[in-house]
Design a protein around this ligand. Structure first.
Ligand code: NDP
Length: 325
């Protein structure tokens, strides 16, 4: 039975739909692939919705960034989320209807790991401040001794899955001391010491950098709040590449305004986009990136490989890779 895959226009938040279509044409060559028509969106498909009547029951699979109610009643076998987090998808309703849900976990270790290394390097060497000065045409050397090397500094990576391991490997490579937090006691390469979530404050207390890399779920929402920020060193930096609500954002603002921590790099915020009035925009010791750390040029190919492999498995009656539901 040939499989028909619809590409929802919301994938444009990460990848041009036509690019994913062409990668899927290679990776799932015996499937029919079509980009669904979007409506009501002036932002190039990023927030587009699809008229269910234009789809009917013609699809077996939808590849999407966001969720729409009609996914539940369109006779789909399977939905593929084009990102690792699937926190916006109603897993219970999908399970009830027998619709499989797969995500794109496992492909973000390198781009997010390198981006986190970049945040840490720029804080260590003050590069973000020199860039600000450059735009003002100012030659403004910082006081001697303000910069430091990452070598020998400690990073605590909270969440040691694909993202956390990608970060740990790169931090270890530049000579940092790497500790981490996960639920499972098994050791992880490049991580010298593992803490359990119950010991999160102890884990972060000695670190120069704390990196959040856990999924958003009821157990991790607000995981990093005022008490955890208070447990950090005053010269430490917070990096969030997980999801905005994993950290209590107003507590982060308070900690930055009171110099309780040295700075923050936030690839994710609560809400997104970060509202124009947020004080975070104006802080010179804060780097905000628009949920961009994973979107490198190889991303569409990696997503298509997962979907292509699962088309094969679906056809051969095997269980799907990256299956969440
Ligand atoms: P994985 O499922 O591979 O890893 C999740 C890790 O988090 C595991 O190590 C898990 O522990 C750990 N964990 C779960 N709950 C807790 C907890 N309460 N305390 C401490 N550790 C916990 O996910 P990924 O690494 O692929 O992605 C993680 C999240 O990052 C995604 O869900 C997504 O929200 C976000 N993300 C953001 C991106 C971006 O562009 N900024 C890109 C990709 C992902 P254990 O090992 O014991 O199971």
């Amino acid at each position: 039975m040939p499989v028909t895959i619809g590409i929802h226009p919301s994938v444009a938040r990460i990848v041009p739909p036509e690019r994913l279509e062409s990668e899927l044409a290679d990776a799932a060559s015996d499937a029919t692939v079509r980009v669904l028509d979007g409506r009501g969106d002036g932002r190039g498909g990023r927030d587009a919705t699809v008229d269910p009547a234009s789809v009917g029951n013609s699809l077996d699979v939808v590849a999407s960034f966001g969720f729409e109610e009609w996914f539940l009643d369109a006779g789909l076998d399977w939905i593929h989320v084009v990102r690792a987090g699937h926190d916006e998808f109603p897993v219970d309703a999908l399970r009830e209807r027998g619709i499989a849900l797969t995500n794109s976990s496992g492909i973000h270790g390198a781009p997010v790991g390198e981006t986190v290394l970049g945040y840490m390097l720029q804080f260590a060497h003050g590069l973000h401040r020199y860039r600000d000065d450059q735009l003002d045409r100012e030659w403004n050397p910082r006081p001697w001794g303000e910069s430091f090397t990452l070598e020998g500094e400690r990073v605590c990576v909270v969440g040691l899955g694909t993202l956390g391991r990608g970060i740990a490997r790169r931090a270890d490579a530049v000579g940092m001391s790497v500790v981490g937090v996960r639920r499972t006691p098994a050791p992880v390469d490049h991580v010298a010491e593992r803490y359990s979530p119950e010991n999160l404050r102890e884990a972060v207390s000695d670190a120069r950098f704390v990196v959040l890399a856990v999924p958003l779920n009821p157990a991790t929402e607000g995981l990093f709040g005022a008490a955890e920020l208070a447990a950090m060193r005053e010269d430490a930096y917070l990096v969030n590449v997980a999801r905005g609500p994993v950290a209590d954002q107003s507590a982060v603002v308070d900690a930055l305004e009171s110099d309780a921590i040295a700075g923050a790099a936030l690839d994710v915020t609560d809400p997104e986009p970060l509202p124009a009035e947020s004080p975070l925009w104006g802080m010179e010791n804060v780097v905000v990136t628009p949920h961009a750390s994973a979107a490198d040029e190889a991303f569409p190919e990696r997503v298509a490989d997962i979907v292509g492999e699962n088309v094969r498995r679906l056809r051969d009656g095997e269980s799907l890779a990256n299956q969440v539901v």
